[in-house]
Design a protein around this ligand. Structure first.
Ligand SMILES: NC(=O)c1ccc[n+]([C@@H]2O[C@H](COP(=O)([O-])OP(=O)(O)OC[C@H]3O[C@@H](n4cnc5c(N)ncnc54)[C@H](O)[C@@H]3O)[C@@H](O)[C@H]2O)c1
Length: 306
């Protein structure tokens, strides 16, 4: 029996963003097909510790993830992902911070590819923390990114993100902004990746046609999007049970009567039966589900286990 441990560098070397997007796309289709046993995650200390698990029935493989979150700490997310199979004795343990950022970016890549107009190339990113680089990489992997504007409550973080991404984005015009509304005015794609507890912008700040990804809020007390945006958009989510338990913005919009549950489409269902026209405004809201971690862990196991 062999157990191998992989850190951030090995994960990045082993899995490209495009591979992660393909693996997570197949995972969402399998999720819609009932291929996963995936309990809603356990949140301890009001979400400061998370325990997640997913079992893929047809391959008899499973992923277990434990996390601690602390937004005063950098990085905010730390923990481990364990890959396990009934068919072989070898195990893989991976750095959960890197797997989480990669799989969260990958989900955004899948949703953006499905929902954003093919030529959409202007991205505004709100939140320049640990998740931010993979949000940008994911959009870059699926759309012809021409312009990136980064906004953060701490302008130094926005600036450092731009500097860190510069070598990868030589073909992209890069800027930071301090005023969110003006940064949104000409956006074609928006990524929200903050730990905010109230909406980051009013619906009126967005152009008539836009695709918005929101990954930040993962507790009922957190929100990034206003009710009015959700009410006027096609809303695609990662998984209904998880969203109803954890997505502050969806819970708020449902309670306010701005949307109904029928208005929410799971990403796997949307991928299986795509609609020709999703309308001018689309939103992808994800709180993150264990299947995504399973998908990345499977890629790592396939590449790295003997
Ligand atoms: N959906 C998912 O699958 C998923 C996965 C991982 C993390 N998350 C969540 O995403 C959020 C971001 O995670 P992270 O690891 O990047 O955290 P982080 O603490 O590294 O970064 C958060 C950033 O958001 C900025 N910010 C906060 N409020 C803001 C506001 N109102 N306007 C502009 N900027 C603001 C902060 O200054 C900070 O730079 C967290 O809430 C985290 O729990 C979700």
């Amino acid at each position: 029996m062999k157990t191998i441990t992989v850190g951030e560098r090995e994960i990045r070397e082993a899995v490209t963003m495009s591979e992660a997007i393909e693996a997570v796309r197949r995972g969402f289709v399998d999720l819609a097909d009932g291929q996963f046993e995936m309990p809603t995650r356990t949140a301890l200390r009001d979400g400061q510790f998370l325990v997640m698990s997913a079992h893929h029935r047809s391959t008899a493989t499973a992923m277990f993830k434990t996390l601690s979150l602390n937004f005063e700490r950098k990085p905010a997310i730390a923990g481990t992902v364990t890959w396990s199979e009934t068919g072989r004795l070898d195990n893989l343990i991976a750095d959960a911070g890197a797997v989480t950022a990669l799989r969260t970016g990958a989900a955004v890549g899948v949703a953006t590819d499905l929902l954003a107009p093919p030529e959409a190339g202007r991205l505004t990113l709100i939140g320049a923390g640990g998740q931010a680089p993979d949000q940008v990489r994911a959009v870059h992997a699926v759309r012809p990114l021409r312009q990136l504007t980064v906004v953060d409550a701490d302008p130094r973080r926005a600036q450092s993100l731009i500097q860190a991404l510069e070598p990868e984005l030589t073909d992209v015009e890069l800027a930071t902004a301090t005023d969110t509304a003006s940064a949104l005015r000409t956006a074609e794609i928006v990524c929200c990746a903050t730990n905010a507890t109230s909406p980051l912008f009013p619906e009126s700040a967005l152009p008539a046609q836009v695709h918005v990804n929101a990954i930040g809020a993962y507790r009922p007390t957190m929100r990034e999007l206003p009710d009015e945006l959700l009410a006027g958009s096609t809303v695609v989510i990662d998984e209904l049970d998880a969203i109803l338990e954890e997505s502050g913005e969806i819970i708020h919009a449902l309670q306010a009567g701005a949307i109904t549950k029928d208005a929410l489409t799971e990403l796997g269902t949307a991928l299986t039966a795509p609609t020709a026209d999703y309308g001018k405004r689309t939103v992808f809201k994800t709180v993150g589900v264990a299947m995504q971690d399973w998908a990345i862990a499977r890629l790592l196991a396939d590449k790295l286990l003997p």
